[in-house]
Design a protein around this ligand. Structure first.
Ligand SMILES: Cc1ncc(COP(=O)(O)O)c(C=O)c1O
Length: 407
């Protein structure tokens, strides 16, 4: 075996059978002092962090092994984009999503947020309009402002218990001559909605009619919790959609490797792809060797872990739903269909600043205001169940002293 073959041996393993028992989501390493954004925020206080979207679980064993092998190599010079990594993504898209893509459609980026900016900048001029919806993953709101574009923010609505678009308003927004791009988040952070084929076809028909490009952020697509839901890649709806879509994806959310900063865009249309790359050239097209190694290992060998993780997250969600029954005034309008984030309506509690009250009570949630949605908090349930139980206990104590529950 050559040295390279040894270093990359974990990638060569064709099928690694790891019994589900091998994954212990109940026990996670302490993240204090590990350069974690999530844990650093409350390092000096007794507040359980439940905000930024990463999970507390150890990544799949195949990912850890691949990183250990790469680290053991000891040389960390500039990375190249090996064919194997592209092929791994191509195969994953085929296997997981039934989507046939070409390796050359893939553009690696340091992470997805630059991709959102890149998609906006390559399809609009300053002053032109980005159509998006609220509540939104915060960069969907800040990216148009930073780029000096205007935006139309459509409020999502609840129909028959599911979050969806107000279709008339979506069409009206897209029909404006200044509107050039729609930012779509599917599965939807923070509403955890997985759009149906019928909904995606409706969006496809509207953007075709008014000639908009779509930036489809599908980073949460491999953690589908609702057995009745299926992720459908927007660009795979039809040929027209394929030609007008920038799809953003990464292994980062599903396999918990966001700190390795490796995402990618998939763009079928050569013209759009060239414009996108030109915008990001010199700013964010570099990857790092660890991100590439982890992405490949996750896509090639992470599936058993992913399935076990989904099962565990479903259990966590059941716990949240059970405990919410004892939190009058906290409403989960729709059971999350995906990922590890739940959007809680706390408008009925009567607190002036509920987010701060939860922090005082020892739970660090995401503030709905950051997502353009008032009177909400977002809880991150990608953590061991005992920790989630402790968070929910603390939340119950806060809710019990809410103005609405004191009357
Ligand atoms: C919808 C969505 N897109 C993008 C990101 C961030 O991606 P990255 O860390 O690759 O920039 C997140 C993180 O929470 C997200 O929820």
């Amino acid at each position: 075996m050559t040295f390279l073959e040894i270093a990359f041996a974990p990638y060569a393993v064709q099928s690694k059978v790891i019994p589900s028992m091998a994954f212990n989501f109940d026990s996670c390493p302490d993240r204090a002092g590990t350069d974690s954004t999530k844990w650093h925020k409350y390092a000096q206080r007794d507040i359980i962090p439940s905000w930024i979207a990463d999970m507390d679980f150890t990544s799949p064993p195949a990912v850890v092994e691949a990183l250990q092998a790469r680290a053991a190599h000891g040389v960390y010079g500039y990375p190249a984009q090996r064919d194997e990594v592209f092929n791994s993504i191509v195969k994953y898209m085929r296997r997981r999503h039934g989507w046939e893509i070409q390796p050359e459609w893939i553009t690696f980026m340091t992470s997805l947020v630059p991709g959102i900016h890149g998609a906006i900048r390559c399809t609009t001029n300053p002053g032109e309009t980005v159509v998006t919806s609220t509540p939104a993953y915060p960069p969907f709101l800040s990216a148009p402002i930073i780029s000096e574009r205007t935006s139309i923010k459509l409020e999502m609505v609840l129909v028959d218990g599911y979050w969806t678009f107000d279709w008339e308003k979506l069409e009206a927004a897209c029909s404006q001559s200044a509107s050039k791009i729609l930012l779509l988040c599917n599965p939807y952070n923070p509403l955890a909605r997985v759009f149906s084929r019928a909904e995606l076809e409706r969006i496809a028909a509207i953007v075709k009619k008014y000639n908009l490009v779509v930036c489809s952020d599908e980073i949460h697509c491999d953690l589908i919790l609702d057995p009745a839901a299926k992720h459908i890649v927007f660009a795979a709806i039809d040929e027209d959609t394929k030609a007008r879509t920038v799809t953003l994806m990464a292994a980062s959310k599903t396999y918990n490797i966001a700190g390795l900063t490796c995402g990618f865009a998939i763009i079928a249309d050569a013209g759009l792809r060239t414009k996108f790359r030109r915008i990001l050239q010199g700013l964010s097209l570099d990857q790092n060797v660890f991100g590439l190694a982890a992405t490949q290992a996750a896509f090639d060998h992470g599936d058993e872990w992913r399935v076990a993780c989904i099962e565990y997250l479903r259990g966590n969600l059941d716990l949240i739903e059970k405990e919410l029954k004892q939190m009058p005034g906290v409403i989960l309008h729709q059971r999350p269909q995906s990922s590890f984030l739940a959007w809680l309506d706390i408008s009925a509690l009567g607190f002036e600043n509920a987010h701060a009250e939860f922090e005082k009570g020892g739970v660090g949630l995401s503030n709905g205001l950051d997502f353009g949605g008032s009177s909400h908090v977002r809880i991150n349930f990608g953590c061991p169940r005992a920790r989630l139980q402790e968070m929910l206990n603390r939340m119950k104590a806060v809710v019990a002293r809410a103005p609405s529950n004191k009357k």
